[in-house]
Write a protein that binds this ligand. Structure first.
Ligand SMILES: [Fe+2]
Length: 577
């Protein structure tokens, strides 16, 4: 049985293919059309799914979409009736979703086939159920608490669920306009980070702040009876300025979230690119702390209703790795399974798996062991692209390649590492990565000056051999998808100076041999050189979506000051080119 899952006409459009209950391929459209957070129809992603499995669209039995415009309709109507001035805006937002209603025509048009040849059944699934499904149905558990939170989806910002067997039972929803994600986005905009997806940047800034604004910011979002309420006077009304706008080129533009009340309370907002002052750092600090307080209170509520130790979680806010790292101390949950594509691209996987299990009543049989669900490329293709780019290169066997790359990183060089299938989700996890020495004090500045050009306050992440995690970090729960931040042990901070954030933490990736044998062996080779079982790992890109194809990696290598490119079995050095 073949099921295609889709996230479409929504930020991070994507497609996933589920074959007999197993996710065999998944990709965000941005990786293929090179438009960040692309929010149109994922035509190229659907084609990539079909090509991978060698099937035609007429072979697909079901198409599942992680959006249901009829979900929570009563709540939408109720809000509109009590806020008649906003009805027009809400109607406009609903009209923008109209193309989603004719999925068959869209698919036929995108793939240039006659719609009469399409025999798939169509399923629409509420946004947050798809998020929870993307975590629970990929986890190894047959019972867990399910949690999803983000800015909004189908008029809901937060969902709690009991997950058991092949069922997800929704226990509670928080409806718009109350939204923890909107709170975070609004403060990020106020601080001057106004692009879709900028929240992760500001999370890094929070570590530089002090507790000067926490009490004041607590007025913006209140905690009551186990849930939360926004003080709406600090926000622009829901739907004003058109909300989140999808532009004709498929990019996303955020409307201003904060109101004049926010300006009166906290002063003038920072303009993008203006100097960052202590106020912005303190606001980021207060925002992160308040976010955590609300998050942990919600999780503790959830635990009372689903008393177990396992938490399956997704939604854009689940990318808050600082909060994720603390939840073991602040809640009774002891194990997490967080979907690596926790943002909205993950809806494609969730919708497809939910259709398989909950709609078609098929038993569980799949665990997502790693995130390598994207395309891979043959040695012949890679070599051809290297030749076309006029690059000199050497072809090496596995061991010599690992040793050569490890020695170069140990010597302080920066290596582009392109191997195997591309990662699913926003993190590079050792197949489309730029790698460097984690213990050279100036390495962060070197990477920023030569390649990444990121904000000075953003940390780089460490990849560590899973079995060595406890020696270096103060928590032992694995973080295979780079979704937890833990304290680095005091005696190891000097060894990890390039990945040690200002608050002595690191957003680690624990690497096991089973999940990625080649990357695991590379870290081992680096350890033989330096006695450090850790690599600095940042995504293989330069102000663009992460590279997908060999030629994109080669172009990035050529236009930046990366020292080496290890692409498949080929090694190319800047000094030889
Ligand atoms: Fe979402």
């Amino acid at each position: 049985m073949l099921i295609v899952g889709l996230n479409m006409f929504h930020a991070d459009a994507s497609a996933a293919l589920v074959q007999d209950g197993e996710v065999v391929f998944a990709i965000a459209e941005e990786r293929l059309n090179r438009i960040r957070h692309y929010a149109g129809f994922p035509a190229l992603a659907i084609k990539a799914c079909l090509d991978f499995a060698g099937v035609k669209i007429s072979d697909i039995d079901h198409v599942a979409i992680g959006h249901d415009s009829d979900a929570n309709l009563a709540k939408k109507v109720q809000y509109s009736v009590s806020n008649p001035t906003k009805i027009l805006n809400l109607i406009r937002i609903r009209q923008r979703k109209q193309p989603m209603r004719d999925v068959r025509s869209l698919v036929a048009q995108a793939l240039d086939v006659d719609s009469k040849t399409l025999c798939f059944q169509e399923h629409h699934l509420e946004h947050h159920i798809a998020h929870i499904a993307s975590a629970y149905y990929c986890s190894p558990w047959d019972k867990a608490a399910g949690f999803s939170y983000d800015g909004s989806g189908d008029f809901v910002s937060t969902m709690m669920a009991r997950c058991e067997g092949n069922r997800i039972e929704v226990l509670d929803r928080v409806f718009l306009p109350d939204s923890l994600g909107s709170f975070y986005t609004m403060i990020c905009e106020f601080i001057g980070y106004q692009q879709y997806g900028d929240e992760g940047k500001v999370m890094g800034l929070a570590s530089y702040g002090q507790d000067t604004l926490c009490d004041k910011l607590a007025e913006v979002i209140g905690l009551r009876n186990g849930t939360f309420n926004l003080d709406h006077s600090f926000f622009k009304p829901l739907g004003s300025n058109g909300g989140m706008q999808l532009l004709p080129n498929g990019t996303v533009r955020l409307a201003r979230h904060f109101s004049d009340t926010m300006v009166k309370a906290f002063g003038r907002p920072r303009e993008p690119h203006a100097e960052i002052t202590q106020r912005e750092m303190d606001l980021a600090y207060a925002m992160q702390r308040r976010f955590e307080d609300v998050f942990f209170q919600l999780l503790n509520q959830l635990h009372q209703r689903v008393p177990c130790e396992e938490l399956a979680m997704a939604g854009g806010c689940a990318l808050n790795s600082v909060a994720n790292g603390k939840l073991f101390m602040r809640t009774p949950f002891r194990r997490t399974w967080i979907q690596p594509a926790a943002g909205d691209e993950g809806l494609a996987v969730g919708a497809a798996l939910h259709t398989y299990h909950a709609v078609l009543n098929q038993p569980r049989r799949f665990v997502m062991q790693n995130s390598f669900l994207g395309p891979e490329f043959s040695d012949a293709r890679i070599e051809s692209d290297l030749r076309k780019a006029n690059l000199r290169y050497r072809k090496l066997e596995r061991e010599p390649l690992l040793n050569a790359v490890a020695q170069q990183i140990a010597a302080g060089n920066v290596v582009g590492w392109f191997q195997g299938r591309m990662e699913w989700g926003p993190r590079a996890l050792g197949n489309r990565s730029i790698l460097a020495h984690p213990g050279l004090p100036g390495m962060k500045d070197v990477l920023n000056a030569r390649i990444k050009q990121r904000e000075w306050f953003r940390p780089f992440a460490p990849s560590i051999l899973e079995e060595r995690q406890c020696e270096y970090f103060e928590h032992d729960h694995p973080s295979p998808f780079m979704l937890h931040v833990y304290k680095i042990r005091p005696e190891k901070r000097a060894q990890l100076s390039a990945v040690n954030h200002v608050d002595d933490t690191g957003r680690l990736q624990s690497v096991s041999r089973d999940e990625n044998p080649l990357y695991y062996e590379l870290i081992r080779a680096f350890e033989r050189e330096t006695r450090i079982p850790v690599l600095l790992n940042t995504s293989f890109n330069e102000n663009e979506p992460i590279v997908c194809q060999p030629e994109e990696a080669i172009n990035c290598f050529k236009r930046t000051r990366m020292d080496l490119l290890a692409i498949g079995p080929y090694l190319s050095s800047k000094t030889e080119n």
